[in-house]
Design a protein. Structure first.
Lengths: 570, 350, 194
């Protein structure tokens, strides 16, 4: 078993002079700055020799006071050890440029595109540095830089103008006005690279092929994303994916809101599983504050997060069933009816059905109400029997097997290489669960299994989902037995200004490994919050899976990944 | 009263052709009214029965707690929508597709007996056109719907519609053949192609005499109607509305409606061919004994409709290649086996 | 294909059709039962609100504005400022309730609000206050507040007078120190001069 110190000493002996500023925060967290010319060799060494085969993401940070920018690469391991290495690569602010890691890690593609379009950092060697979350005219404004003042007018370059409408509301509009656009006196600049449409249409080779749109406005999608498939007849030849249709800029907004207000924004990233998002953010800030959460609050957090996991899995699976069976299909409506019981349980504690804002720094907002344990103990066995009925239902349905088996199969090596997260990874056979890899709260004391599948196809993913619900029920029952009495909030008063520092905290979201990288500069607002979303990672892997399948299967594969585009776009 | 009947009989004697024409027009109007109102009730039943299976309320506001008039409200809404014909469509084909769908349905309805009146010990079938080859004719007229589906999908100039049209044609052609063979097997056992005589000859229901044919005909019927598990041509989650994506307002209403018209007529057909039609004990109450065959047929039709709605709530949707596989590799050979069985049994019991 | 039967597909909807409808309600005649912790429309206790404006500052959406309201407690709330919440922007996160130092703002179980105009759903303290004082009580408290203020002013004056008396000694002391300073300043001059 390696720990962070051993990793650091191994790196220092292999690359003398390339590393600086090392900080070993704990056995599992290593922060080190790497010279930008050596970052590729360091990463290769870590993958080959030290077992860091998971490239978890990269974050861009704009240090305007020091006149430099930073790209932080997050490297972890798929089970060889628990160390998370955060490698910082500095680059001057005037012409920022960093070597790209795309040829070494397939899934670095989207992270680097996003950092480029938001900060303007060039990644040398990236094959397709096109905008991902932003639309074409907004490339070049670099929105997440610290001196960004608002989106510019596309013709005059001026920033948006504040207008008060006749009803008294403040709106931001940029000239030109609609009248000028109609008159045709406005000239917009063409982007300097091929647009998404042009890149798609370059793949059309014959008259019998056409590009069909499964999104962004489509009955299939759980959130808007653009999935275009190049079809010939009924077969998909290639798929094209574009996200950013629900990009709210939450990471930038959180830089302008105080620490406490930021909790409400983390709710709204993945609104179906908002408690784990809260937990991720609050956990990171608690690391910065050095705060210890009382034991009862830890148990309450675990109970509610597992309940949230159950209801998220139910609606994810149910929604997916409508995609292959039509809206009138009865069993998915049974899932929603069962989910109602869980939501009522959560509502009795937090007060809201969807966006809870429940986890606070150092504890939770409310205590469990009277009779919660009894009510819970009545609901859980009912849920268990229903889930077992669902599993039996799918096992005995031949049409389900004809539609779902061997559709979208992923082998474990491919899954690891493509970097997908959550049940997609586990169904392929890789036992990677954050509750075991990076245990937080009281998970080390609880007994549960990691559910893996064998074939990695859509049927396995649904099977993993349902069995994970059974595991969550088991966890909740253990917690209800062990929960102690005590305070639900930390005794120390939370200061308004969080001491300077940085923290990376990981939780097991229903969709996979979610991590939040929070930087504080000592003020009352975060300096930078980077969210490493699980569905962002899984989404990348969709396009290669769709080649050569039928259109109906494309829907089955995309739906079985149980996506929340709102979380991938933030 | 008597004077009017006298003038009518005189007119009938003098101008037989025009009289037949007028009777035909009146009959067609009554028939289309009855069939379309029946289809509205079928749509209502679809929504209500499905909601029962899904543990929720169906329509429950318009027309009382049962929402009976919901379809009336929907029809009014559709009629009052703006008539939009998209710019790139093939206008002639686009406009004629729903009309041909409705016309095809009415052609089928003309030859189906909707029951019988039991007057004086003899059954008088209620049918507009009592043809000798009505079973065969109904079979052929049901295919007009597939032409209308293709017209709608092809003219729409839309990628989803064209996929829906192709899927519709593939599905309907693949299943018309086994359906036709099953109808022929029934006709072989009944020694006639006339639907009325097929019903009259069912001392033993053909569902028991030809169980394989019954199962195949039910599956083929559900496919022909385009209902789950075979509704790929309008699979909402993949190709939005399929062949009717570009239609709006009452044009779409007509296409949607004809699906349910066909549903009703198909259920009546199944009851006539396989479930003994209007056979059943005569109720001894004076007025009811006249309409008791009607009541029996109605009950059988309702059971068939309820069962097809249950299939919608219960089964997944197949992929189009699995549908055509099923049709050509399984349904067709099995229906020919059924034909052979019908010939053997029919000639044995002749 | 024949090994796996389709029986459960058909029996399960049939079993469900005989059950009573559980979670769908004929809203608005039947409303679901909300738990006590429910975060609905706010309820203000105007007798305890001190008008600090913490709720307005913490609101992530800037929905809360402090406005004047007559039926509050002038003893505690000197400027008579109470929160006015714009429900078009409120997301019912509950931060205002958590941060209130005197716990006068709570969230209740009313969850329905509708209006014809955006102005209709900006609810001021008149709508939100579940506990308020009558005009007479307000007048009484104002008088009390004035009396306390007068007492305080008198106490201050007395303290100032004492301070002045003590301060006479102080100015004498300071005068002596000043004289010494002047001497010291004069000396260098003298020293400089010499």
């Amino acid at each position: 078993m390696t720990n962070a110190n051993e990793v650091l000493s191994s790196l220092q002996s292999a690359f003398p002079g390339a590393l600086s500023d090392p900080r070993v925060e704990s056995d599992t967290r290593l922060w080190v700055t790497v010279d930008s010319k050596k970052i590729r060799d360091v990463c290769k060494y870590m993958t080959d020799k030290l077992g860091f085969d998971h490239y978890a993401g990269s974050a861009g940070v704009d240090w305007i006071a020091r006149n430099e920018m930073e790209v932080v690469e997050i490297m972890t391991s798929y089970g060889a050890h628990n160390v998370v290495a955060m490698l910082k690569v500095k680059t001057p602010r005037d012409n920022p440029s960093v070597p790209s890691l795309v040829d070494m890690y397939w899934n670095a593609n989207w992270y680097e595109r996003e950092t480029w379009e938001m900060f303007g950092i060039n990644f040398e060697g990236h094959p397709e540095l096109y905008p991902l979350l932003l639309s074409d005219p907004l490339v070049g404004v670099w929105p997440w830089r610290k001196d960004f003042k608002g989106y510019p007018d596309l013709t005059t370059g001026e920033r948006a103008v504040q207008i008060t409408t006749p009803e008294g509301y403040t709106e931001y509009r940029f000239p030109p006005t609609p009248a000028e656009v109609e008159a045709g006196t406005v000239v917009t600049e063409r982007p300097k690279y091929p647009t998404f449409r042009e890149r798609e249409e370059a793949w059309i080779k014959s008259d019998s092929e056409m590009i069909m749109h499964l999104g962004p406005q489509h009955a299939m999608v759980p959130g808007p994303f653009l999935l275009d498939v190049l079809v010939e007849g009924e077969r998909v030849k290639k798929a094209f994916l574009d996200i950013g249709y629900i990009h709210k800029g939450i990471e930038k907004i959180m830089e302008n809101r105080t620490w406490l207000q930021g909790i409400t924004y983390t709710d709204r990233m993945c609104y179906v599983a908002s408690l784990t998002n809260n937990e991720c953010y609050c956990g990171a800030v608690e690391r910065l504050l050095g705060l210890e959460v009382p034991l009862r609050a830890q148990y309450i957090r675990v109970i509610l997060e597992e309940l949230s996991r159950i209801q998220s899995h139910l609606i994810g699976t149910g929604e997916f069933l409508t995609l292959i069976a039509g809206v009138g299909f009865a069993p998915w409506q049974y899932m929603i009816i069962d989910r109602e019981k869980i939501i009522s349980l959560i509502e009795s504690v937090t007060g809201a059905r969807l966006t809870h804002s429940f986890v606070r720094f150092g504890g939770v907002r409310n205590d469990l109400p009277e009779g919660f344990a009894d009510h819970c103990r009545k609901v859980l066995p009912y849920m268990k029997s229903r889930i077992e009925e669902f599993i039996e239902f799918f096992a005995q349905d031949p049409i389900y097997h004809a539609r779902m088996e061997n559709i979208g199969s992923i082998s474990p090596e491919t899954a690891k290489k493509m970097g997908c997260a959550g049940r997609v990874l586990r169904a392929a056979g890789v036992p990677y669960d954050m509750r075991i890899e990076d245990p937080i709260l009281v998970y080390p004391e609880l007994d549960f299994k990691v559910i893996t599948g064998t074939r990695g196809d859509s049927a396995d993913r649904i099977d993993c989902t349902l069995r994970e619900i059974l595991e969550s029920i088991h966890i909740i029952e253990q917690c209800l037995d062990r929960i102690p009495a005590g305070p639900i909030k930390s005794e120390t008063k939370i200061p308004k200004k969080v001491p300077a520092g940085e923290a990376y905290y990981r939780v097991e979201d229903p969709r996979g490994e979610m991590g939040m990288y929070v930087i504080s500069d000592g003020g009352d607002k975060p300096y930078r919050v980077k969210v490493r979303g699980p569905f962002y990672a899984t989404f990348q892997t969709l396009t290669p899976l769709l080649e050569g399948v039928y259109i109906a299967d494309a829907v089955a594969i995309a739906g079985s990944m149980d996506g929340c585009p709102s979380e991938s776009d933030r | 009263m008597d004077g009017i009947i006298d003038t009518i009989t005189q007119f009938a004697a003098q101008e037989p052709a025009i009289f037949a024409l007028i009777i035909g027009i009146i009959g067609a109007a009554v028939l289309s009214a009855v069939v379309n109102v029946g289809a509205m009730l079928v749509i209502w039943a679809d929504r209500k029965v499905m909601s029962d299976f899904c543990n929720r309320f169906g329509p429950n506001r318009v027309g009382g707690r049962w929402g009976i008039l919901q379809l009336g409200a929907d029809a009014i809404k559709l009629f009052t929508k703006e008539d939009v014909i998209p710019a790139g469509v093939d206008k002639g084909v686009y406009v004629w597709a729903p009309i041909i769908a409705s016309a095809g349905t009415m052609l089928v309805a003309a030859a189906i007996p909707f029951g019988a009146l039991h007057i004086g010990g003899k059954n008088y079938p209620l049918v507009v056109a009592n043809m000798d080859i009505s079973a065969f004719y109904v079979e052929a007229a049901l295919s007009i719907m597939s032409i209308a589906v293709f017209m709608a999908g092809y003219s729409s100039n839309n990628k989803y519609s064209i996929l829906g049209a192709f899927r519709g044609i593939a599905r309907m052609i693949a299943y018309e053949v086994p359906m036709g063979v099953c109808v022929i097997s029934v006709a072989v056992m009944a020694h006639s192609l006339n639907l009325v005589e097929i019903v009259e000859s069912q001392t033993v229901w053909y569902a028991f005499a030809q169980p394989l044919g019954f199962v195949i005909f039910m599956i083929a019927l559900v496919t022909d109607l385009g209902r789950v598990p075979f509704d790929q041509s309008e699979a909402e989650e993949e190709i939005i509305c399929g062949y009717s994506t570009e239609y709006s307002g009452i044009r779409w209403g007509l296409l949607y409606f004809q699906e349910y018209n066909n549903f009703l007529l198909g259920s009546v057909l199944v009851s006539l061919l396989f479930l003994g039609g209007w056979h059943g004990p005569i109720i001894p109450i004076p007025l009811l004994d006249m309409v008791s065959p009607l009541i029996w047929l109605l009950m059988k039709v309702i059971i068939v409709i309820w069962f097809i709605i249950l299939i919608r709530a219960a089964l997944f949707r197949l992929r189009i290649d699995q549908v055509t596989d099923l049709g050509w590799k399984w349904m067709l050979p099995l229906s020919i086996v059924n034909l052979a069985w019908a010939v053997i049994i029919g000639s044995y019991f002749a | 294909m024949l090994k796996r039967k389709l029986i459960k597909n058909f029996t399960w909807p049939l079993k469900t059709a005989s059950r009573e409808i559980e979670v769908t309600r004929l809203y608005p005649e039947f409303m679901m039962e909300l738990p006590d912790a429910e975060r609905g429309i706010h309820e203000l206790d105007a007798t305890t609100c001190i008008g600090c404006g913490t709720c307005a500052r913490i609101c992530p959406n800037s929905c809360i504005e402090m406005v004047h309201f007559e039926f509050g407690n002038p003893l505690k709330n000197k400027k008579m400022q109470f929160p006015q919440i714009d429900y078009g922007r409120c997301m019912f996160c509950g931060l205002c309730v958590d941060e209130c130092p005197v716990e006068c703002l709570k969230m209740g179980k009313k969850v329905i609000m509708a209006g014809w105009d955006r102005k209709d759903i900006i609810k001021g303290p008149d709508f939100l206050a579940t506990k308020r004082l009558t005009a007479k009580e307000v007048a009484d408290l104002e008088a009390e507040a004035k009396r306390i203020a007068a007492e305080k002013a008198a106490a201050k004056k007395a303290a100032a007078k004492e301070g002045a008396a003590a301060g006479e000694k102080k100015p004498a002391k300071e005068g002596a120190a000043e004289k010494k300073k002047k001497k010291a300043e004069a000396n260098p001059e003298e020293g400089g001069a010499s």
